[in-house]
Each structure stands twice: as structure tokens, then as C-alpha cells.
Design a protein around this ligand. Structure first.
Ligand SMILES: [Zn+2]
Length: 863
């Protein structure tokens, strides 16, 4: 699955108070014959299945997963005898036990079940999706919701072949994992019967069934038919996705030794989708904003995000679908790999998108997540659906991908690729564990990858490598120390027991070749040839650790940061420095001086990191008395960059430059409070409302936000009206997000009412996050969140504790911290214990930075 931060926050796929449990190992499925007849009008379905199983040991009870299904009839045939089975449902465990009178012998057996269910409105299982015109029947099964559509062995290791038949209305079509192999009229008036080719062996969570009037744009690559299917009225927005998909498939076919392993590839978009997208075998499903691109109005970022989601889901066809983790504790084998892989085809297809620098941004995001004292390890136990859901987080995606990037750089990309291919070949159509992967890479590379990966996978947190270096004649003596970095000065000072074998890539001053040192001890001293005035400890920037330097060495490095370091390294250096600011090991004044050295920066990804820190200072650190001085500092810092970029887009300039111009514009208006730019944002927002295609696409969303930040109820009314008539998902998203930016608390209430009312879909509940992170109205938004919480739960019919509890991490004061902790503790939502602990640590870290640095900031700004 693809979780974008905001989506992850309020995804709606976990149930309330469910205690799931592993199935007993009595029977193993080999194939399913499944027939479904959905009734879209009544929002119900009936099903009939035969599961071909192998009985592993003689038993009179076979237990499957099933929930919210009415089992009408069940029988088991084995040893030439068919017995009617008595069905006992265990709803808390989400299981159905089928009991027969005489024990089933070891060997093959057939389970036959007739069942019925409801096409629910909760975006999971087999559910109802609604456009303005009509309804669709669609599925979303990961992690544990196939059992809501059919009784099944719903655990990832029970791979089987699925033969699916769908009986649908004559005017409708259906899409599933296989292609349609027969289409016959009936049974009954107004129906036709669509049979799909058998799936390869796969896990139940990867089954997909979609029913409605989908239309498809067709293409292909390397002999594989590719389609992008949508509602008919959206077809003109599917061209970009098809082009991206064709290019990505060609890249993956050249990267992997195993070519795309399925007979076709469909991308399907429909309304009401909880996650960003889902990698079902041969049929990837999407929410609208993650797939549709309007060629007339799409921004640079929207195109990149769509391509990145497609690349992520397609990577899963190998990592996750072909080779699947044995159990959810290794979900990172799916999500970490798909995240690691996704940037590669984009780099090849669109080099101008700077995918390499975006990879470093991803690493930095992971390091921030991982700096929380109570953070989990990459590999973590989970047995209940809620605990499993909680594993789909920044650690499984970002940290796992970052550790893979470090190891790939250490062993060399070609060797790594060889190892990856050997691993895929060994486990194709089967399941694997973390050990399977890292033993393979160790074997292929001859390097201790198993030790490195085990330590990063089974220990929480991230290392901080501190470098001391000094010239000794024609050599440089280097001392490296490692400690666990925690964004908490007191805990950091208390020391840590973690020890990682870290492949540290050392760059001994400019123009010298980097050299790896595998740091195994807490402290190691060694010599490098030549006299170097400084030694940078993360050459190429792909190491999963922070680094810090003696002040004199850092000063020398930062003086030449623009000319000596690559864009990937320049993305990283301010972030590592900021990590030291957070724990009081660098003064914020020194950090701001360092940013001034980067005023000539041209790379958008580097500037985005700088802007992220400026936002953090603006929202959480500046004392009210220093606000004007800080705004002036922001203007002084950014105006030369703005001048260099010019005011208006220039024909033929790179798209990146245009997008960077919009970023710089935004920071000047939002954090620099530059009156001219605020005025221009208002005008741009007005123009966008009249004719979206007439406005700089990269500026549009930002201008709406800035205008909202300075706007009133009249403007709010206009945004709401345009939200309701938005023609593209991006346009809709711009308005939805901007509603949260108004500073008037009364408008926050209206946003809650709107988002929780009938006009905004359940999939967009995450919009409540926007007023919550708006620091001007945060306390009011939090009160609204609490008072509306029963409505929120009712709307999703189940507490996604995992998503909601993340709200407890966004505050920066003791009162809201304590209140939010208390509130969520009282809700007793499943799967949230660790998330609440992480939240408390996050808020404490934020409060602590303010305590440590606010005075330093005042002193710096006042001088
Ligand atoms: Zn994924």
C-alpha cells in the first residue's frame, strides 16, 4: 500500500475491539473457486466457494477467517465422503470453525461454502463506492479484510490460486486479478457472467474485484497489456498514468532478472479509497488524486507524486506479490523494498525530477521519525488486525528503504541488484523472511550485510557518528564514535547501549575519493592517507545515520558547502546540523548563520529542507516578541534567491525552476510576511477560482493557502463553493487543504462541520488534520476534534485508532500534550499504545527545543 503522510494519519481500515488470532495449522489451501454476485442497488452480495485444501493432520474441525459474513451452508468433502459442517462463528477472533461428525483424513479435501454479505460503506473488504452518478462494488483487503468478502485462510503465508467468477449487470463490466476468459449471458435476466483466468499462487490480501461501468485507456510495454481504468467521465485524466506505467514497466523488466510476472497490468481508480493505492496482483487500485492528472492544470509535484505512487505499487508486483513476507512482522520486506525501488525508474524516465535528491529527503524523513525515544524496531511483532495495521508506518516504509539504500551503496549497486535477483528467484510465488534476504546479500557480496541489517532491523533508533580528525604529517588521524541519536537532550546525554556495524563513507576533504570504514565499536581511531583539513562522514549521503563534527571542521566545510558538496550531500548537511540544534549541541544562531552560506542554493530539494526548518522555527520556536525580527530574517535570507529566480515563469525554463520559484514565493509570504507577495497570492487565488488553467500550476495551491491565512469568511465561502464544483482531484485537494489555513476559529468549526457532513467523502476525513496543524487555531481545532470524535467514529463505524492517535504527536505544549494523552487513553483504541508513547515523546522533544534554543534565537535575531 502507499501511505502518504496525511493519508496515513486518518486511514480508515481498522476495526474496533477485534482480537485477531492466527489460524491453527490443520489445513492448507491450494486453490479457491469463487463466484460472487454483487447487487449494487441493495448493496449486498452472495458468494459461493470451493476451497481445495490439504488436510495436514486428521481433524474434525477446520478453522478459517470470516467476519461480517452470513454463512448459509458449509460442507467438506474428503476421502470420498461429503459431510455437512456445523459452523461456529467467533466474531472477536474473526474466525469460523467448520465442524464435521467424522474426522477428516490427511490428504486432499474440498470445502464448499455458500455465504452472503453487505457491500459496506467503510472502505474495506467488499464495499460500495459512489460517484455522483452511480455505485460501484470494489475491494480493499490488505491487511486482514479478505475475510470480510469470503471465508478464507487470510494469512499471507497461505498462498493459493484464485479462480474468480463475477455475475454482474449487463451494462457493467468487472476487473479482477486475471483477464476475462469468458463472458456469457445470465444467469437470469439482465446479468452476465464473467470468468477470470486463474491467478498465480498469491496471498488472499492481494485479491481484487471491481464492478461498474469502468472505461480503460489501453497500452502496453514488453508484450504486457497495460490499462488505466476509470469512471467514464475521468478518462481524459488517465493518459499520464499510462505513459508513466509503460516506462516504469520497461525499467523494472530491465532491472529484475524475472520480467513482470503476470499476464496483464491494470491500474483502476474509483471514488472512496482509504489508502493512497493498493498493489493487488495485476490490478492496482488507486484513490483519484494518486492516479488522475489533468494535462491542462496539473502541477509539477502532482505529476511526480502520481508517478511515484505508480512506481511504488508496480515495485510491489515483485516485492510483496511475487515474494511475500511470511508474516506481518516483516511487512518492511514489502513496504521498505517498494519505497526503496520506486525512485529508480523515475530517475531513468525523468532525470530532471532529481529522484536521487528526493531519496535523500526520504532518508531524512525516516531519521526524524526514528529519533523518538520510544520508536519501534523495523521488525516488530503483531498479531491482532489493529496491531498489524499499526505496522504500516514510517519505520516500515522510510526507515527500511533507507537501510536498504545504505547497504546498496556499501556493496555497490550492481552487486546488490544481483543479490536482489537471487533472492527473488529463490522465493518467487512463495514467502520469505528478513533472514532470507540479508543472508542472500551477504552471500552475493561477501560483506557482512547480515550483521549490518540485523542490527538496524532489530535495534530501535539511529546512530549519530561523531568525527574528530587531525593532520599527522602526510596522514589524517580520524576518530569516529557512535551513539544512539535521540531528539531528547537528557536521554542523549544519558548514553545508550545500542551498537551498530555502520558502513561509514568518509570523504577526506574536497577532490579525494571517498573511502568506507565499517565502524563496529563505540569508538575507533585510524589513519587516512594525505592531510585533510576536514573529513565528511556521509559521502554520497546514503548512510542511515546522523553525523557531527568539531566546530572548526564544520566551519571549514560549511564555508565551501556550495562548491564542494553534491546536491545529495547538500540536502543532508543542513538536516544533520538541525538534529544537533534540537538537542542543544549546536546553537540555533550558528545554524542560521550556516543557512546564510546556502543563500545561493539552486537545487530545489536542498531549498525544501531549508524551508522545512524555517517553518519549524516559525511555528514552534519564535517567541512572540521576536516574530517581526524573524520575519525580516526570513526575507533577508530568501530574497536574493527570489531575485535570481525572477518573478514570472520563463518560457522553456526547467519545470523544477518554476516549482522552486513557487516554493520561495510561499516561504516569503508565509514566514517572511512579505506584503507584496501576500497581495499577489490573493490575486492569484482569485484568478485561479475564475480560470484554473490560467494560473501557474505550481503556485496555485500555495496561493490559495496564503490567501486563506490572510482571509475572512467571505473568501472561505468562495472556497467552499469551488470545492463543490472542482473538476480535478488536485483542484479539490487545494481547496480542502486551504480551508484549514484560515485563522478564524469560527471557520475551523465550519471546516469540521463540512468535512464530517455528507458533502465530503469518508476517504477525505484526513482534512481535519489541516486545522489541527494550523498553530493559530490549534487549541480550538483540538476542542472541535474531541467534541466531534463520536461523529468521526460513527462515520467510519470503527475506530481507526492507529490513524487518529497520531494526532497526539502534533502539539508543542504541555497542556495539549497532557490533554490529548488523556483523551486518547480514555478512548481505548486498539493498536494505539505505542503511537501514543511516540506522540508524547514528539511533543516533549518540541517543548525541549524551545526551552533550549528560544533564548539563543532571541539573541541571534536581536544582534
Ligand atoms: Zn506499499
Amino acid at each position: 500500500m502507499k501511505r502518504i503522510l496525511a493519508l496515513a494519519l486518518m486511514s480508515l481500515v481498522v476495526c474496533l475491539c477485534v482480537r485477531g488470532q492466527r489460524l491453527p495449522e490443520t489445513a492448507v489451501p491450494e486453490s479457491y473457486d469463487l463466484t460472487f454476485a454483487p447487487n449494487l442497488e441493495k448493496a449486498t452480495f452472495t458468494g459461493d466457494e470451493t476451497i481445495h485444501v490439504r488436510i495436514v493432520k486428521p481433524a474434525s474441525v477446520v478453522t478459517l477467517n470470516a467476519v461480517e459474513l452470513e454463512i448459509q451452508e458449509a460442507s467438506i468433502t474428503a476421502g470420498g465422503e461429503t459431510q455437512k459442517a456445523a459452523v461456529t462463528l467467533d466474531t472477536p477472533k474473526e474466525q469460523a470453525a467448520l465442524t464435521v461428525g467424522r474426522a477428516l483424513p490427511e490428504g486432499p479435501a474440498e470445502i464448499h461454502i455458500r455465504f452472503a454479505g453487505v457491500l459496506n460503506g467503510k472502505l474495506r473488504g467488499f464495499y460500495l463506492s459512489k460517484s455522483q452518478r452511480r455505485s460501484y462494488a470494489v475491494t480493499q483487503f490488505e491487511a486482514t479484510d479478505a475475510r470480510r468478502a469470503f471465508p478464507s485462510f487470510d494469512e499471507p503465508a497461505y498462498k493459493a490460486v484464485f479462480r474468480i467468477t463475477l455475475i454482474v449487470d449487463t451494462g457493467d463490466t468487472a476487473i479482477s486479478n486475471g483477464r476475462i476468459i469468458s463472458d456469457t449471458p445470465g444467469p437470469g435476466e439482465g446479468k452476465h457472467n464473467l470468468k477470470f483466468s486463474p491467478s498465480p499462487k498469491m496471498s488472499s490480501y492481494l485479491v481484487a474485484m471491481l464492478v461498474g461501468d469502468f472505461v480503460c485507456r489501453e497500452g502496453g510495454a514488453d508484450g504486457i497489456p497495460i490499462r488505466v481504468c476509470s469512471l467514464p467521465e475521468q478518462k481524459e485524466m488517465t493518459g499520464f498514468a499510462l505513459e508513466a506505467s509503460e516506462n516504469i514497466l520497461k525499467y523494472y523488466d530491465s532491472y529484475y532478472a524475472i520480467k513482470y510476472p503476470y499476464e496483464k497490468l491494470d491500474h483502476v481508480v474509483f471514488p472512496d479509497f482509504a489508502a493512497g493505492a493498493m498493489e493487488n496482483v495485476g490490478t492496482i487500485t488507486y484513490r483519484d488524486v494518486a492516479l488522475l492528472i489533468d494535462p491542462k492544470t496539473a502541477s509539477y509535484d502532482a505529476k511526480q507524486q502520481v508517478a511515484a505512487v505508480i512506481a511504488h505499487e508496480m515495485a510491489h508486483q515483485w516485492f510483496g506479490d511475487l515474494v511475500t513476507m511470511k508474516w506481518w512482522n516483516d511487512i518492511w520486506l514489502n513496504e521498505g523494498f517498494a519505497t526503496w525501488m520506486a525512485m529508480k525508474p523515475l530517475e531513468s524516465w525523468k532525470p530532471e525530477w532529481n529522484a536521487k535528491q528526493q531519496e535523500i529527503q526520504e532518508i531524512l524523513g525516516a531519521l526524524v521519525n526514528d529519533s523518538v525515544a520510544s520508536v519501534r524496531t523495523i521488525r516488530a511483532n503483531a498479531d491482532t488486525p489493529a496491531d498489524i495495521q499499526a505496522l504500516f508506518d514510517g519505520i516500515a516504509y522510510g526507515k527500511a528503504a533507507s537501510v536498504l539504500r545504505m547497504v546498496e551503496a556499501y556493496v555497490g549497486p550492481e552487486v546488490f541488484r544481483k543479490g536482489v535477483n537471487a533472492y527473488l528467484a529463490k522465493h518467487a510465488y512463495g514467502n520469505a523472511t528478513a533472514e532470507d534476504f540479508w543472508s542472500q546479500i551477504s552471500e552475493t557480496s561477501g560483506k557482512p550485510v547480515d550483521q549490518i541489517m540485523k542490527s538496524f532491523t532489530e535495534q530501535p533508533g539511529e546512530p549519530l557518528v561523531t568525527v574528530k580528525s587531525a593532520c599527522r604529517g602526510d596522514k589524517t588521524q580520524v576518530t569516529l564514535t557512535q551513539e544512539r541519536y535521540v531528539a531528547d537532550a537528557a536521554k542523549l546525554a544519558a548514553g545508550s547501549h545500542e551498537l551498530w556495524p555502520i558502513p561509514v563513507n568518509l570523504q577526506p576533504s574536497a577532490n579525494k575519493r571517498p573511502v568506507y570504514h565499517l565502524l563496529r565499536q563505540k569508538e575507533e581511531t585510524f589513519e587516512l592517507p594525505g592531510c585533510s583539513p576536514w573529513v565528511y562522514a556521509n559521502a554520497g549521503s546514503r548512510g542511515y545515520y546522523r553525523s557531527s563534527y568539531e566546530p572548526a571542521a564544520f566551519a571549514k566545510m560549511s564555508a565551501e558547502v556550495e562548491k564542494t558538496f553534491s546536491p545529495e550531500e547538500r540536502v543532508r548537511i543542513p538536516s544533520d546540523a538541525w538534529a544537533l540544534v534540537r538537542v542543544g549541541r549546536m546553537s540555533i544562531g550558528d545554524y542560521l548563520k550556516f543557512l546564510q552560506n546556502m543563500q545561493g542554493e539552486k537545487s530545489r530539494e536542498v531549498v525544501q529542507v531549508m524551508i522545512g526548518h524555517i517553518q519549524g522555527i516559525h511555528d514552534e520556536l519564535v517567541a512572540p516578541a521576536d516574530r517581526l525580527a524573524f520575519e525580516k530574517w526570513v526575507r533577508d535570507l530568501m530574497k536574493p534567491m527570489a531575485r535570481d529566480l525572477g518573478e514570472m515563469p520563463v518560457a522553456g525554463e526547467p519545470a523544477e525552476r518554476q516549482a522552486l520559484r513557487a516554493d520561495v514565493f510561499e516561504v516569503l509570504a508565509k514566514y517572511g510576511r512579505d506584503p507584496e507577495r501576500i497581495e499577489k497570492a490573493r490575486a492569484t487565488a482569485g484568478q485561479y477560482m475564475k480560470a484554473p488553467e490560467s494560473v501557474d500550476a505550481d503556485l496555485a495551491g500555495k496561493a490559495l493557502g496564503i490567501a486563506a491565512q490572510n482571509g475572512d469568511a467571505a473568501l472561505y465561502d468562495q472556497y467552499v463553493a469551488h470545492l463543490k464544483t472542482a473538476k480535478t482531484p488536485e483542484e479539490y485537494g487545494h481547496y480542502l487543504q486551504a480551508l484549514g489555513a484560515f485563522p478564524d476559529p469560527a471557520l475551523a468549526k465550519r471546516t469540521f462541520d463540512l468535512v464530517l457532513g455528507p458533502e465530503v467523502k469518508n476517504q477525505d476525513l484526513f482534512a481535519l488534520y489541516f486545522p489541527l496543524i494550523n498553530y493559530e487555531i490549534q487549541p480550538v481545532a483540538w476542542d472541535l476534534f474531541k467534541s466531534n470524535f463520536p461523529t468521526i467514529l460513527k462515520k467510519v463505524d470503527s475506530a481507526d485508532g492507529v490513524g487518529f492517535a497520531q494526532v497526539a504527536s502534533i502539539f508543542c505544549n504541555a497542556k495539549l500534550r497532557d490533554d490529548s494523552q488523556k483523551f486518547f487513553a480514555e478512548q481505548n483504541l486498539p493498536g494505539t499504545k505505542r503511537i501514543l508513547e511516540n506522540g508524547k515523546d514528539n511533543v516533549n522533544a518540541c517543548i525541549q527545543v524551545r526551552d533550549l534554543q528560544q533564548k539563543n534565537l532571541s539573541a541571534y535575531l536581536g544582534k
